[in-house]
Ligand binder design. Structure first.
Ligand SMILES: [Ca+2]
Ligand SMILES: [Ca+2]
Length: 471
């Protein structure tokens, strides 16, 4: 006598202690397939079709091909699956196996050892099936012919799988030859609507459950949204952490030493001074480009490193372009203070002051770091570029540079013209060093490379007391 699926639910409660649920039936009349259908006598194949397990009629049952150990049975594995038509929160799975009067033990022995898998994607090969979510593995006891298991997972495809492999010793009572799987009904119960749980699928999952997924019975979140933790995801991440599972440490430098936002990792009230980026984890680039008109005789000005005489910031890149408008205009550069970080063990200028003449021809007048007594430079030219660069760590006081446009007299020009003729327009012909007390003040160089006794002496003293600056 056929049963409808609601009657089957009542029957199920004889085996599993569950208060009556009004969960949704997710598998009814959905598309079912199986690995290889049983081939019956002519015109009878529909009696064994995969869809018989989801037709709501307990009298119709699918039947698979035979599997078994030994040479006489080529097939060793078999599967059946139903496509729920979407990914759902599943609560439990009920299977009604076929019985034949007087053969209950044999039937149980045939189904024994089966597995139930869940998958979001359509998989039709054994290894793939075995790699999906395992809901239930039967054994070693023989299963009841009306079987129910709780499986609180999310999935679209519910897969029934069984095997009889050569060389495996199966538990007592397992049939290992002439094994047909015969499933009369497979009922997958869960909630059709995402974000609900409980007996009637009508209690909303907690707000902070990721993707509104929660346990069908307890309402516990399967995973929390970013920034939340706890069974019901109503506890913020502990201070200093954020994100999914609260496993991301705050990396930013927030204003007022605040901790980062537990959800985003960002600083809600902004970055601390000199920090930038979404997470306030990037040293701010201090960039200035200034054009200075020095076209008048006697015009003057001052450049300093940022925050001078306080320490300059990291990641600074300042450029001042000084234009005299006259290639014979003389500019006096007076560096009154110079203290720029130079690394002790890698004496390269990562922070530096650079002065270049661009017109009427290019020369690098100076590029330096370290600590120096005041010195002066005097050049003629049309365009000069002063650049100050600092890297991302270690700071010092920086520099103070005053400049003055001091037009040349005709005598000066005549003298230079003579020099130029002698030096055949060598690129350094126009450089002139005055009042420095420093043998390298007017020499163009890139890396710090002691070249004279005097200089070496100074450097060794320097090395004695100078250590790299702390951040
Ligand atoms: Ca049926
Ligand atoms: Ca630096």
């Amino acid at each position: 006598m056929p049963h409808d699926r609601s009657l089957l639910k009542e029957f199920t409660t004889n085996y599993v202690i569950i208060v009556t649920h009004l969960l949704d039936d997710l598998s009814f009349q959905k598309i079912a397939t199986q690995s290889k259908p049983f081939v019956g006598t002519a015109g009878t194949n529909q009696l064994y079709e995969a869809s018989n397990a989801v037709d709501g009629n307990t009298a119709t049952c699918l039947r698979t091909i035979v599997i078994g150990t030994g040479l006489s049975t080529p097939d060793k594995t078999v599967w059946w699956k139903v496509d729920l038509g979407g990914v759902y929160n599943i609560y439990r799975i009920n299977i009604l196996f076929k019985n034949y009067d007087g053969y209950e033990d044999r039937q149980r022995g045939r189904f024994a050892g089966f597995s139930l898998y869940l998958s979001d994607t359509d998989i039709s090969f054994d290894a793939g099936i075995k790699g999906s979510i395992l809901c239930y593995k039967d054994g070693p006891q023989l299963p009841p012919l009306n079987f129910t298991t709780v499986c609180t997972e999310k999935g679209r495809y519910v897969i029934y799988y069984n095997e009889r492999l050569d060389g495996v010793i199966y538990p007592k009572g397992y049939e290992v030859t002439n094994v047909y799987e015969e499933l009369c009904e497979v009922i997958v119960q869960g909630c059709k609507n995402d974000g609900f749980y409980g007996r009637n699928c009508d209690t909303p999952c907690p707000n902070n459950c990721k993707d509104s997924n929660c346990h069908m019975e307890s309402g516990a979140c399967l995973t929390c949204k970013a920034g939340w933790t706890g069974i019901h995801c109503n506890t913020k991440c502990r201070e200093g952490w954020y994100g999914i599972n609260c496993d991301q440490p705050c990396v930013g430098h927030c204003r007022d030493n605040a901790t980062c936002n537990h959800v985003t990792g960002q600083c809600d009230r902004g970055c601390a001074a000199r920090w930038t980026g979404n997470l306030c984890d990037k040293g701010q680039m201090f960039s200035v480009n200034q054009d200075i008109n020095a076209s008048k005789n006697g015009s003057s000005g001052v450049f300093t490193s940022p925050y001078y005489p306080g320490n300059y910031p990291n990641n600074a890149h300042h450029t001042w372009t000084l234009t005299t408008g006259d290639s014979n205009a003389m500019v006096v550069l007076n560096i009154t203070d110079f203290d720029v970080v130079q690394y002790r063990y890698t004496p390269k200028c990562e922070d530096y002051l650079q002065i270049e003449k661009i017109e009427p021809y290019y020369i690098q007048i100076l590029k330096r770091c370290g600590e120096f007594a005041p010195f002066n430079l005097e050049y003629t030219g049309n365009i000069f570029v002063v650049t100050f660069v600092s890297d991302s760590i270690h700071n010092a006081r920086g520099f103070n540079l005053s400049w003055k446009d001091s037009r040349r007299t005709n005598d000066d020009n005549n003298r230079d013209n003579q020099d130029n003729n002698i030096k055949n327009n060598s690129t350094k012909s126009n450089s002139k060093q005055i009042n420095t007390g420093d043998p390298y003040a007017a020499v163009s160089y890139v890396d710090f490379e002691p070249k004279t006794t005097k200089y070496t002496q100074k450097w060794s003293i320097y090395k004695e007391y100078r250590v790299v600056y702390s951040k």
